[in-house]
Design a protein around this ligand. Structure first.
Ligand code: HDE
Length: 706
């Protein structure tokens, strides 16, 4: 593998072993621009001038015969391909998956058999509604698509960060997407669901309600791709070596826990750093803090198919973890950034039909539609049928088939291309028994042709009510705010009213709170669900992760007169726990410490904002300077952090700055390092920085304090 700034030592070590066949394969395609030799045309003709076109006279017209000019412009004119019709905005990375132990008991999939075998993967995260250039921190579902390059061919697990979906049958997908996408007359809004057509659709289509609860929750504004769950959504089927099927639901659980932004912060982030999630993923991998998830499965024996009060084939329902526990079966680590966004992240083509022996489908009508749609969409998006030859899409398993020709064929096939043949020696031969072939699950199917939704799909309220009932108080408050925001942007009052009426069927208090916010009347208690199930696993409270502060971004605000030793001591303590610490000052360079020595600055305050950090620290400094520096940027910075429930710490004189800021302790507590709602202070003249940093780190690990 050539030296690359994006190659982790781990990845480099693996590439040396045959285990990482994907990177070995990609190396054959990775092309560093040659350092030696002059610029050439596409045909290899040397060029000595690329800044002026060939013209007839100094101020004359450009000449057709300027082949270099024409080739350069023509290539440029064709550099864009259609963006994905949904999930256009994304970011991806390579990594590996390894099972904890053999899963032979329920699947024959080769990559789930041997804990010593690492399977290379490529993962792409995405938003759904916005175009390629839209902001990352919008309120939206996040895609979580994983391509496993297994020894038996590619397996794509094309999931989302929410376990259910908006519709039950794929034939409604174009309707849903047309409703949620920007409105056709003015292409507004970008990257947002707060508009009339989406809510019109929702208010008329009760099956969307459960998913809308998730979309209005903080799950729709994740802190980071690295801090969100992933779900396969559909019920899939595992098949063991004997052909026995087991229903399976796939879950990804992030090691760092599932954490979210708050809406006000998410909106500001869209302007301050539209690439917030993309940058976060990139930087974590570059710095060697490799994101990690655990793959879990809910296994349901086929005999239990009808044991639930919902249909396992209905993708608007989840199987509560309390009912069927999630069994951890392996881990996913992302340890290498792509070299070229277009070649890899843009050209990667996922397809739910990419399965390997041991993994199979069910009759979920949403899944069935997807089995058609993904291949179909790649044909237009990637310009023909040969996209599986693109480096990022190539399996590591050998490909031998009779597919030929088509746009962008990059192979020079020799020999015959049909089966059966004798002239080609009968190749490729068909696998015999035990030859590792994929055999479709032999499900018995019987019935009349019918265009109707099964009765077992008709309950649209129980799980929406379960979601509401399972939320903590602050999650509920955020859901109400989100509904008020979204419906408040809807111009058509009848749509607001219809939606509130639907909410009343889920929970009357929810409906009343939303109704008040959007100026319509709540219809009273017409709830369909008297006694909703509570599933604690649905609350973010249950997803704290490993309790560490690894990769958390902490701003240390310094000004002239700051205690010269504290910033470094705080940095030492917090970096030792894995946090990323940056000193911010009104300007770049250094500030003057109280002892006269310079204190280093990482970033100038005007280039950053509170919303780009997880927590804020104020080492002891003159309160007057803290208040006035950079036109009051510091109180604003700290005030925002408090408003967004972040951990805030202050030492010595700097504690003074907090008083009067909304969300700070009403009276500055004395010594003894009290922690109040994530605010940690030690006003003493000689604070114990190590103890202070420990308490502060605990507050950062708790993520938010509402
Ligand atoms: Fe997709 N979806 N989808 N979807 N989806 C696409 O495929 C589609 C659905 C998901 O990073 C498209 O290559 C239909 C559920 C992700 O490249 C398209 C239906 C879930 C990604 C498509 C669904 C997803 C896509 C657009 C209803 C979660 C991004 C470009 C039957 C389990 C993958 C493309 C990436 C992308 C169709 C529903 C997840 C058009 C018809 C449910 C993560 O083919």
């Amino acid at each position: 593998m050539p030296d690359s700034p994006h190659t982790s030592p781990d990845a480099a070590a693996r590439a040396a072993s045959p285990a990482d066949r994907k990177h070995a394969q990609l190396d054959g395609h990775r092309a560093d621009d040659p350092r030696e030799g002059p610029l050439t045309t596409d045909q290899g003709v040397v060029v000595d001038h690329t800044d002026d076109s060939l013209s007839a006279g100094e101020r004359g017209p450009t000449l057709m015969e300027d082949f270099h000019f024409r080739e350069k412009l023509t290539h440029f004119d064709h550099e864009r391909i259609p963006e994905r019709v949904v999930h256009a905005r994304g970011a991806g990375a390579y990594g590996f998956f390894e099972p904890y132990e053999s899963c032979a008991e329920f699947t024959r999939a080769a990559f789930l058999q041997d804990p010593s075998v690492r399977t290379p993967v490529f993962v792409r995260f995405s938003t759904v509604q916005g175009p390629r250039g839209s902001a990352d921190t919008v309120r939206d579902v996040r895609g979580f698509a994983t391509k496993f390059y297994t020894s038996e061919g590619n397996f794509d697990l094309v999931g989302n960060n929410m376990p259910v979906f908006f519709i039950q049958d794929g034939i409604k997908f174009p309707d849903f997407v047309h409703a949620v996408k920007p409105e056709p007359h003015n292409e507004i809004p970008t990257g947002a669901s707060a508009h009339d057509t989406l809510w019109d659709f929702v208010s008329l289509q009760p099956e969307t309600l459960h998913m809308m609860m998730w979309l209005m929750s903080d799950r729709a504004i994740p802190r980071s791709y690295r801090m969100m769950q992933g779900f396969g959504v559909h019920t899939f089927r595992f098949v063991d070596a004997g052909g026995r099927g087991t229903f399976v639901k796939f879950h990804w659980k992030p090691r760092l826990g599932a954490h979210s932004l708050v809406w006000d912060e998410a909106q500001e982030c869209q302007g301050r750093d539209p690439d917030y999630h993309r940058r976060d993923l990139w930087q974590a991998i570059e710095s060697g803090q490799f994101p990690e998830w655990e793959l879990g499965v809910q296994l349901i024996p086929e005999t239990q198919e009808f044991a639930f009060d919902f249909d396992l084939l209905d993708a608007t329902k989840l199987v509560p973890e309390e009912q069927v526990p999630v069994r951890p079966i392996g881990r996913l680590v992302l340890d290498r950034n792509p070299d070229n966004f277009f070649a890899e992240t843009e050209q990667v083509a996922f397809h739910t039909a990419n399965v390997v022996p041991g993994i199979d489908f069910t009759n979920d009508p949403l899944l069935q539609a997807r089995l058609f749609s993904y291949l179909d969409t790649q044909l237009i998006r990637l310009g023909g049928p040969n996209f599986s030859q693109l480096p990022v899409n190539r399996p590591v398993a050998p490909v031998r088939n009779n597919q030929r020709d088509g746009y962008h064929q990059s192979r020079i096939h020799r020999g015959t291309s049909y089966t059966p043949n004798s002239l080609g020696g009968g190749c490729p031969a068909l696998a015999g028994p035990g030859g590792g072939a994929f055999t479709h699950y032999t499900e018995r199917v019987d019935g009349h042709t019918i265009r109707a939704r099964s009765d077992s799909f008709q309950d649209h309220y129980s799980q929406a009510a379960m979601f509401w009932a399972s939320m903590s108080h602050w999650e509920r408050a955020h859901i109400v705010d989100a509904f008020r925001f979204e419906l408040g942007k809807v111009e058509t009052m009848a749509v607001r009213e219809r939606t509130v009426a639907e909410l009343a069927r889920v929970n009357v208090s929810l409906a009343e709170q939303v109704a008040e916010g959007v100026g319509v009347r709540a219809p009273g208690d017409i709830s369909d669900v008297a006694d909703p199930v509570v599933s604690p696993a649905l609350s973010l409270e249950s997803l704290r992760g490993d309790g560490s502060i690894r990769t958390r971004q902490i701003a240390v605000l310094v000004v002239d007169g700051v205690d010269g030793a504290q910033p470094d001591r705080l940095r030492e303590e917090l970096e030792a726990r894995g946090a990323v610490v940056e000193a911010l000052a009104p300007h770049d360079g250094t500030v003057d410490g109280a002892d006269g020595r310079p204190v280093g600055v990482d970033r100038a305050l005007p280039t950053m904002a509170s919303v780009l950090y997880d927590a804020v620290l104020l080492p002891s400094a003159p309160p007057g300077t803290l208040r006035s520096a950079a036109q009051g940027a510091i109180p604003r910075f700290v005030g925002d952090a408090l408003r967004h429930g972040k951990a805030v710490g202050a030492l010595g004189e700097a504690v003074d700055l907090l008083s009067g800021l909304p969300g700070a302790p009403e009276t500055a507590p004395g010594a003894g390092l009290p922690e109040r709602h994530g605010v940690v202070v030690d006003p003493g003249p000689s604070p114990d920085v190590a103890a202070f940093a420990g308490t502060f780190a605990d507050c950062v690990a708790a993520h938010r304090h509402f």
